[in-house]
Design a protein around this ligand. Sequence first.
Ligand SMILES: [Ca+2]
Length: 204
Amino acid sequence: MLRALLAMSVCVAVTASAQKATHTILDENVDDVLAYITSGEGTPAKSSDAFSGSESLEVGATGGDAQRYNAAVPDWSFGISENPSGDNEFRYITFAWKKDGGTSIMIQLHGDPDTWGHRYHGGDNVKGWNPSEQVGDLPTSWTDNTRDLFDDWGEFTLTGIAFSSGDGNTGWYDAITLHQDPSPPTAVEAQDKLATAWATLKSR
Ligand SMILES: [Ca+2]
């Protein structure tokens, strides 16, 4: 009986932590992302210089608009809202980026309404694309950021993304995730929650 109760409790704890939906836009799926960012004059490639895992996306700022993007990524229709509830609804975005040279790096999110009017830049906004929220100084080493999309932009339906390296040489992007909880989902966090569940059970 005790063993059954313990098993049931662990099950509930794991299920509860898994109920908050997340969606990984970019991490170890760089080939998939390269397949849909077909617009723009930047130079995209898979890089082994990664923030997490073994690969990241790099976009060379090779002149022109220095970016790669798709305003309507296949299967994307993510609802950004104050109180996300469904599997395709989110409030927060976490992303890591790094820049070699220049003064600026930017991620743009395309949605309805306001098309590309949901932007984050590190360092300067060298192209003058607005509106845009500055997220720290130019990230000359890997830096991760979490933003409250609803607080920044209100409700919208997210349909596309642009990786905009601005100027200089190369921008790198990795570990981009949409999530419902304020804290970003990580494997370490999931392990911590499980360890906490076990510690609670052991103390009973
Ligand atoms: Ca990665």
